[in-house]
Design a protein around this ligand. Structure first.
Ligand code: PMT
Length: 402
């Protein structure tokens, strides 16, 4: 699996840098060619001599060699690599990657890399839990960086908690999986709907919901990682996918989402994932000017919106996979199965608002999958990234059966 693959390993300043030596050994043993990039801080934790000996390549740290002026091109490094693994990834480097800072060779290489990028964070538990670090991880994940979540255990500080870099075996395993599945959806086109919609009441007010776009973004990124050409039709969601292979069409209302999604679907989609929380009702006659209060109650007439999932269910062609979501509070299983049938889907992903850690806004989800053939599967509470990966695994199986 790894024989002949080009792995670029970035090492940042962390006590976990010693584990990078094991990673290189394993990669080289499996036949990969490894080049190592180290930040200045990384060299204080492990010597370039060790890493150069293990990788059988000179270590790259600076933009150019001060002795002979030889240029280390970050662009060609990014083009050379089949995968750019950053392990350990410090809080500092992750924050810089998320905000586009380019003040060392590792960061410029990241910004210009065309290959998949994977980062294995390592830091103290409070740094890991800090909202700034978590936000950086979320941003990077939405941009397609595969994050190997830190493990829990004893830390260099003597404290116990989440922040340890994962074991080298686990990281190399993830590299194997990443490289293996990259091509699995090559040539497939996918449509994903995402986020909430906004239904105008007047020019300053609207009806909407709490969808953040996290679940749909994770699915879009996962589809793109496996080689699919993905279009996301997104309502005004705070989280949007932005990685190679994903293009985003922005819409606001349910009506606009219907038109954009149907237009994209009409271009031919092998995979359709309807993850958006589309408004079921919209004001019948939005006011052209701001509605003024006059001390009296007011009635707002709502009319149903058009159902995107149902429209795609009617038009779907053989060989395609259509997946919907169901967000329920009551009679969840019955309602989800009813939607699966009515909207002519292959699979529906049920998440319940009654379930802690599931549904809107949170980084995790607990879902039950229902299939057209009557089967179902309950998944544990996982990060939305892991749920997305599980869903895309099932989509691949459904495509095989088409
Ligand atoms: O965005 P996050 O904060 O990460 O939250 C994720 C999520 C909770 C929004 C997501 O996991 C989810 O459940 N999305 C579907 C929410 C929803 O509107 O469910 P529903 O049961 O009302 O709709 C059933 C299906 O019909 C869905 O696939 C929906 O996209 C689709 N639908 C509904 C109405 C409509 N007019 N058009 C549609 O396509």
């Amino acid at each position: 699996m790894l024989a002949g693959k080009h792995v670029l390993l970035g090492i940042t300043g962390s006590i976990a840098a010693y584990k990078a030596a094991y990673i290189v050994r394993m990669l080289v043993k499996e036949g990969a060619e490894v080049k190592v990039l180290m930040t200045v801080a990384a060299k204080q934790f492990i010597t370039p001599l060790t890493m150069a000996t293990l990788s059988r390549n000179p270590i790259l740290t600076e933009f150019f060699d001060p002795e002979n002026g030889q240029w280390n091109s970050h662009v060609s490094l990014g083009m050379w690599a089949d995968v750019f693994l950053i392990a350990p990834a410090s809080a500092n480097t992750l924050a810089k990657m998320a905000s586009g800072v380019a003040d060392n060779l590792l960061l410029t290489t990241y910004l210009s890399a065309r290959c998949p990028v994977m980062a294995a964070p390592a830091m103290d538990l409070d740094m890991y839990a800090h909202p700034a670090t978590q936000e950086a991880l979320r941003i990077l994940s939405s941009r397609g960086v595969e994050i190997v979540e830190a493990a829990s255990g004893e830390l260099a500080s003597g404290l116990d908690g989440k922040g340890r870099m994962e074991d080298p075996e686990t990281i190399v395993d993830r590299v194997r999986v990443l490289l293996g599945r990259r091509e699995s959806l090559r040539g497939r086109r996918a449509l994903v709907t995402s986020g909430p919609t906004r239904e105008a009441i007047d020019p300053v007010r609207f009806i909407s919901n709490h969808s953040s776009g996290k679940m749909a973004s994770a699915i879009a990124v996962e589809l793109a990682r496996r080689g699919a050409d993905v279009t996301v039709v997104s309502g005004p969601a705070p989280v949007r996918p932005s990685c190679a292979g994903v293009s985003v069409v922005d819409v606001t209302s349910a009506g606009e989402m219907y038109s954009a999604a149907l237009e994209e679907y009409g271009r031919g989609c092998d995979i359709t994932v309807l993850c958006a929380a589309v408004a079921d009702f919209t004001p019948a006659a939005p006011s052209g000017s701001k509605i003024k209060k006059n001390g009296e109650s007011m009635m707002l007439e709502l009319v149903p919106t058009r159902d995107i999932a149902a429209a795609i269910g009617e038009r779907r062609r053989p060989g395609e996979v259509v997946v919907g979501f169901a967000l329920e509070t009551d009679n969840a299983h019955d309602n989800a199965q009813d939607k699966l049938r009515r909207k002519n889907m292959d699979m529906i992903v049920l998440n319940s608002m009654r379930d802690p850690g599931a549904g809107f806004g949170v980084d995790t989800n607990r879902v039950t999958l229902f299939f057209r053939d009557g089967g179902s599967e309950e998944l544990p509470l996982e990060s939305k990234t892991a749920v997305a990966s599980d869903i895309v695994d099932r989509i691949e199986k459904l495509l095989e059966g088409c």
